[in-house]
Design a protein around this ligand. Structure first.
Ligand code: COA
Length: 366
């Protein structure tokens, strides 16, 4: 955790959330790559169970969740841009979340308020204010990270030049909300029986099914059996896919917090880019990439969003990246995705008349 830094915000003035609840103080864990650079800053935002560690910082360091994308010579080339990644509000990796201590010295737990993607982005903007970073060359991320990137462009239009949202949309479908609901119910049952890890494990198993395509699982596991499993015990994991899902569930349960999972998945459900801003354009160039076999954010729906933005007169590109992995492909070393992200980072952004001047429009002192 040596390269992780913590900013403490909202000490004197609480963060007022969209729900009307408030939090004070608020910690934000962040990491950065490359020095402050005249070509600008790239803000990278993570998905549901990610953290600020998008990439390693030195040889031998733990690889980050977007290791192929961040570093010298990579799409987000740290010789050209400073890259910053922050753990979301409500997360478990250094930013204030349900596992953090409340002012009364006890963990917030179920007392932690509902947070929205808008709240997450507001806190990120406040953190960038504190770091002296105004305008952003690019805001990017996948899944929940892509939703945050889109929200940035509308919430702080004067600060964002480009957005690259991967495997993400303006709102989650009924299927997506339903899958999250099933996961939260598993977590709730785990908490109710004082076995939060078990609840999280089942939630992750369901989630892993939605993160990959049927074709991927078929090609990888087919109907392969586990060696030495008794056919008399119906609850024993018999197939390789069962063992894989149990492994993934147990692994997440060992590193994540049950209430944080609930809070973040609810934030994803609640996200609706258009709430309160129906048919409102924003000046940033919006670049959307879908994954061909992603059934959480299907390419047709991402194209629909692109068409809607174009109708508003916005600069939009939309690309489908071929991968039978499904949603999770955005986390892999996928050459077409790397090329696409690199092109977006280098893309032309029309000069803006609304020149944003630091520090005239700070989000407010913390
Ligand atoms: N039984 C038990 N375990 C198995 C198994 C089986 N039949 N088959 C594979 N495994 C284990 C492997 O031993 C390996 O363990 P390790 O992680 O301890 O090394 C692990 O499963 C491999 O996991 P997998 O996810 O299949 O790796 P991958 O290379 O296919 O996927 C990533 C790469 C980057 C997508 C994946 O590592 C990742 O980060 N997933 C995160 C999912 C996520 O959060 N998505 C966000 C969506 S919003």
């Amino acid at each position: 955790m040596g390269d992780r830094q913590i900013l403490t915000l909202y000490r004197d003035r609480p963060l007022v959330l969209e729900s009307g609840d408030s939090l004070s103080p608020v910690d934000v864990a962040w990491e950065s790559w490359g020095p402050a650079h005249p070509e600008g800053t790239i803000l990278v935002l993570h998905a549901l169970t990610g953290d600020a560690h998008a990439a390693s910082h030195h040889p031998g360091d733990r690889p980050g969740w977007w290791e192929p994308m961040v570093g010298p010579g990579k799409p987000f080339d740290t010789r050209r841009w400073q890259v910053i990644c922050m753990n979301v509000l409500g997360g478990v990796a250094g930013s204030t979340g349900p596992a953090s201590l409340a002012p009364d010295g006890r963990p917030y737990g179920e007392r932690f308020p509902v947070v929205t993607v808008g709240d997450m982005v507001t806190v990120q903007a406040q953190a960038l204010d504190a770091l002296g970073i105004g305008r952003l060359h690019l805001v990017t991320g996948g899944s929940l990270g892509g939703m945050q990137a889109l929200e940035w462009a509308w919430r702080f239009p004067e600060r964002v030049d480009r957005v690259a949202a991967v495997a993400a949309q303006d709102r989650l479908s009924a299927m997506g909300i339903g899958l999250n609901a099933a996961q939260r119910e598993a977590v709730r049952l785990g908490l109710a029986s004082d076995r939060p890890h078990d609840g999280l494990k089942v939630a992750r198993m369901v989630a892993m099914l939605s993160y990959r395509s049927a074709a991927h699982y078929d090609a990888r596991f087919a109907r392969e059996l586990q060696p030495g499993v008794s056919f008399e015990a119906p609850l024993d994991p018999r197939f390789q896919i069962e063992s894989y899902l149990l492994y993934q569930g147990t692994k997440l349960a060992g590193r994540f917090d049950a209430w944080s999972y609930v809070v973040l998945s609810r934030a994803m459900d609640l996200f609706d880019l258009w709430r309160g801003r129906e048919e409102q354009a924003t000046p940033a160039a919006i670049h959307l990439a879908s994954i061909s076999d992603d059934w959480l954010f299907p390419p047709a729906e991402v194209s629909r969003l692109a068409a809607r933005l174009r109708r508003l007169g916005m600069t939009v590109t939309c690309r489908t990246i071929q991968s039978d992995l499904g949603h999770d492909a955005f986390l892999t070393d996928l050459p077409p995705l790397k090329r696409w992200l690199g092109r977006v980072a280098e893309s032309y952004a029309a000069p803006r008349s609304d020149s944003w001047s630091w520090p005239a429009q700070r989000t407010g002192d913390s």
